[in-house]
Design a protein around this ligand. Structure first.
Ligand code: NAD
Length: 348
């Protein structure tokens, strides 16, 4: 299959690109290379004849038309987005332009291309989204594919809008769409402004680890390689027009997660003080969702997909990866002003 992947220089997109090329698919990686991108994430496939890169912006419709016409993809996996909740609160405009208008451009470019090709049956437009569109849960319950949308940040509102557009392009124009909504990802190449890398890097530096509120917010964590595996599974075998929730059934409070990371670092860096002593609590952020948790029954029952690692295993692999790959994260800290943001509370 020839797959057009948008956002393939980002955290999850790069895992999809590496895995898709590894499975023998031809991949065109379309990415605007914003602050969140890093081409080192796809260095392992850069010389592979199956892989091509297009430096392009999904807000630019004419460029999208050119790319569709010249590469003639069999499928689209649309991951390009502004993705950081805290940044969406500080400055929502980019989130509206990229996540909503950019997705609209992708849909229109795909629809035109699909029509010009004579509506090939196998064509797929797979939109990658988040469980944050569902809002927040109380102490119990799980997000299913039928949970009503209730976004609570500019980021999740922009992703909710894009999900609606994608479904409507399926209903109204017959575009063969798939939507997936996934829980929080973690793993190698996670940009150092997100919770898990921040905790690892601050603990390594011996700096305070700031946690929003009481640390009891719950997230349902999924290892990024497992997400990439699930996405390719849905693209290959998912039913057209269907939505699949993707989650690892790995709920953890922020404070428990941070303690797990600190315990791993205590093993790997036993000469430092107990890393959990660095934890400090800071003022909560506005609209901070209390709990997210995914019911993955549909993807398990219909497609037989399951995650390959537990949270404990994935965290151990991730902590080791950051210890071994300072050459990857050090330049990102310097380049993007993330260092200055690390003093704030962190969450996703
Ligand atoms: P990321 O921020 O790491 O990567 C986003 C990529 O999109 C970057 O490479 C960036 O350069 C590119 N991009 C941004 N604006 C663009 C534009 N206008 N044109 C072209 N490229 C552009 O994000 P991520 O964490 O890898 O998330 C990828 C997708 O998965 C997003 O759609 C996000 O909503 C969704 N998602 C993320 C998570 C998570 O935990 N990170 C969970 C569920 C769903």
């Amino acid at each position: 299959m020839k797959i057009l992947v948008t956002g393939g220089a980002g955290f999850i997109g790069s895992a999809v690109v590496r895995r898709a090329v590894g499975q023998g698919h031809a991949v065109v990686n379309l990415d605007a290379l914003t602050y969140a991108a890093c081409l080192d994430n796809v260095a392992s496939v850069a010389g592979n004849p199956l892989y091509q890169f297009e430096h392009a912006d999904i807000r630019d419709r004419a460029t999208l038309d050119r790319i569709f016409a010249s590469y003639q993809p069999d499928a689209v996996m649309h991951l390009a987005a502004e993705s950081h909740v805290d940044r969406s609160i500080d400055g929502p405009a980019d989130f509206i332009q990229t996540n909503i208008n950019g997705t609209f451009n992708m849909l229109e470019a795909a629809r035109q291309y699909w029509a010009e090709q004579g509506h090939p049956e196998g064509f797929r437009f797979h939109h990658i989204s988040t469980d944050e569109v569902y809002g927040t849960l109380g102490e119990t319950g799980l997000f299913t594919e039928d949970t009503p949308y209730d976004p609570r940040s500019p980021y999740s509102a922009s992703k909710a809008s894009s999900d609606h557009l994608v479904r409507v392009w399926g209903e109204t124009y017959g575009l063969p769409v798939l939507v997936t909504n996934c829980s929080n990802n973690y793993g190698p190449y996670h940009f150092p402004e997100k919770l898990i890398p921040v905790v690892i890097l601050r603990a390594l530096a011996g700096d305070p680890i700031p946690i929003y509120g009481d640390g009891m917010n719950v997230r349902d964590w999924l290892y990024v390689e497992d997400h990439a595996d699930a996405l390719l599974c849905v693209l290959g075998r998912g039913a057209v027009g269907r939505t699949y929730n993707i989650g690892g059934e790995n709920e953890a409070t922020n404070i428990d997660l941070v303690r797990m990371i600190c315990a791993e670092l205590d093993v790997l860096r036993p000469d430092s003080m107990p890393h959990a002593d660095l934890i400090t609590f800071v003022t909560d952020r506005p609209g901070h969702d209390r709990r997210y948790a995914i019911d993955p029954t549909r993807i398990r029952a219909e497609l037989g997909w399951r995650p390959s690692v537990t949270l404990q295993q994935g965290i151990a692999q991730t902590v080791r990866w950051y210890l071994d790959n300072e050459g990857w994260w050090q330049p990102l800290l310097a380049r993007s002003g993330v260092g200055a943001r690390l003093g704030q509370g962190v969450n996703i």
